[in-house]
Design a protein around this ligand. Sequence first.
Ligand SMILES: CC(C)(COP(=O)(O)OP(=O)(O)OC[C@H]1O[C@@H](n2cnc3c(N)ncnc32)[C@H](O)[C@@H]1OP(=O)(O)O)[C@@H](O)C(=O)NCCC(=O)NCCS
Length: 160
Amino acid sequence: MEYRNGKKEDFINIEKFVKDAIFPSFYRDDLSEEQLKENEWVISVSEKSCLSAIERKDCGILVAHENELAGFIIADKSPKDHPEIDWLIVSHKYQGKGVAKKLTQMAIEWIGEKEAIKLGVIHFNKRAIKFYEKLGFKDSGKIVGKHKIPRILMIREASS
Ligand SMILES: CC(C)(COP(=O)(O)OP(=O)(O)OC[C@H]1O[C@@H](n2cnc3c(N)ncnc32)[C@H](O)[C@@H]1OP(=O)(O)O)[C@@H](O)C(=O)NCCC(=O)NCCS
């Protein structure tokens, strides 16, 4: 598996990649129309988010690649409180193989260990929550943003 900075060509068909990877993690049988639309919105902004992260100096975008895209992560230094891990998506084929762990470690390194890092995770996405806990993120007990599907704010404290 190759880990490197993302390039424009990596994100051709990214909407399908994201759509397939977030199912079933972002879904539950009781989601309202509005909440389902929000998931559609996430898929629809994926290409713009990735391409803009490549261009922006305050964003890092890293990919795992093995003849095809296996996963990607976007780190964003622009928030005033703490840098943020904004996207982390690994396709089903490559899940459970340490891809997300490596991408997250690289993103933490890119941000700098001396910074606290935040992220928002869908409250019922138990797998992702457990995954982030393993990498030192803690549930802050707060909800972040005004999403239709609430996101838990997780924070990884700066290492001293
Ligand atoms: C969450 C996600 C990114 C994890 O990716 P992954 O590549 O499968 O994760 P890894 O293989 O790197 O797992 C790393 C660690 O988490 C653990 N882990 C993975 N799945 C787990 C689960 N279901 N329960 C508990 N721990 C789990 C692994 O055991 C591993 O720990 P270890 O190194 O101590 O063995 C991936 O499932 C995904 O893309 N899901 C859909 C999109 C999503 O939910 N993204 C997060 C949005 S905030």
